[in-house]
Design a protein around this ligand. Structure first.
Ligand SMILES: [Zn+2]
Length: 323
């Protein structure tokens, strides 16, 4: 099994990352958050870090965060584009704009594709991970009912888009997310066709409920734009045993493949705290047959007060899982 780590926190965090230490511990891949607002002014610093890390032998995968917030699990990450293009944001079922661009808006898509081409060109990465591309959803409202979504829905279904969420709307949202991933992948692969493209669906242990648009992993895996899935293991959030959650997600990922054998790797929350059970979870993942685990993230694992005493045990466990 291969072990990677997520580096969030932007340029400040990149400046603190100890690549030699990561190498010693046995980390092989870096999943690096690349923020819209930072890439406007500090893209050179991100590019330098990525070049150094790739030169040191790490596999680099970029996670574009911000960028209209379509692919955005964390609402706190700012997006200048969202602030300055209100007319391109998703419209909810009550007619209000949400703080997320619409993946069906042609102007947004054009801008997003152009930004991704620039990122692919500047950063010596091996691939990109589209982190939870989604439509807005709350308990009482959902998006998107903008003019473009309404038009596309009518063209596909020959009926007007309803105000209540139904199965047709859910299918339309899933299809829209697949098309968005196709556009994103086409953009980076126009720079380098070897760049791989992964999707992280909204974390769940049960794909039957789909409110975000990424609930059908089979549909994502079938898409030619998707080379694999990254699945976050929400065992703490859901209050379940980690070994159960790891096995469940691994098996679900395998069951959703029809004619494909695309890798589904797992993301595990990681820190030296005993309650995060990082070492035991790595062993479980290896025993379950998971091809790769990404620990999230660098800050909670390597910059925590208890990190120093933990690092040699992490090294020994990673060595065991890679045997
Ligand atoms: Zn829309």
């Amino acid at each position: 099994m291969e072990v990677g780590i997520c580096i969030a926190g932007g340029v400040d965090e990149l400046n603190r990352v100890d690549l030699d230490l990561l190498k010693q511990v046995g980390i092989q891949s870096l999943f690096i958050g690349c923020y819209e607002n930072e890439m406007r002014w500090q893209a050179g610093q991100v590019a330098t870090f990525v070049r150094d890390a790739a030169g040191a032998g790490f596999e680099i995968c970029m996670l574009p965060w911000g960028y209209g917030k379509v692919t955005d699990p964390d609402p706190a990450i700012p997006s200048l584009y969202v602030d300055t293009h209100r007319d391109q944001l998703q419209t909810d079922s009550r007619g209000r704009r949400c703080a997320k661009a619409c993946p069906n808006n042609p102007q947004f898509l054009e801008w997003f594709a152009s930004e991704m081409r620039t990122a692919a060109w500047m950063l010596e990465a091996r691939g990109f991970l589209w982190d939870e591309p989604s439509f807005y959803h709350s308990r009482t409202t959902w998006a998107c009912r903008c003019q473009y979504c309404q038009r596309l829905f009518y063209a596909a279904e020959n009926v007007h888009m309803p105000r209540e969420m139904n199965e047709q709307v859910r299918a339309f949202r899933r299809f829209s997310i697949v098309m968005f991933v196709l556009a994103a992948t086409a953009a980076v692969q126009s720079v380098d066709p070897r760049l791989y493209s992964l999707v992280m669906p909204r974390p769940t242990l049960d794909t039957a409920m789909d409110n975000s648009g990424t609930g059908d992993w089979g549909q994502l895996l079938e898409s030619s734009a998707v080379d694999g899935l990254a699945l976050y293991v929400p065992w703490q959030e859901r209050g379940v045993r980690p070994d159960q959650a790891i096995a469940e997600l691994h098996n679900l990922g395998a069951r959703k493949q029809k004619n494909t054998t695309k890798p589904c790797h797992l993301w595990l929350p990681a820190s030296p705290r005993p309650q995060d059970r990082v070492l035991a979870n790595l062993i479980t993942a290896r025993d379950t047959g998971v091809p790769r685990v990404v620990l999230t993230d660098y800050s909670t694992l390597f910059r925590a007060p208890a990190s120093q005493g933990f690092i040699s045990r992490l090294h020994d466990t990673i060595a065991r899982t890679s045997e």
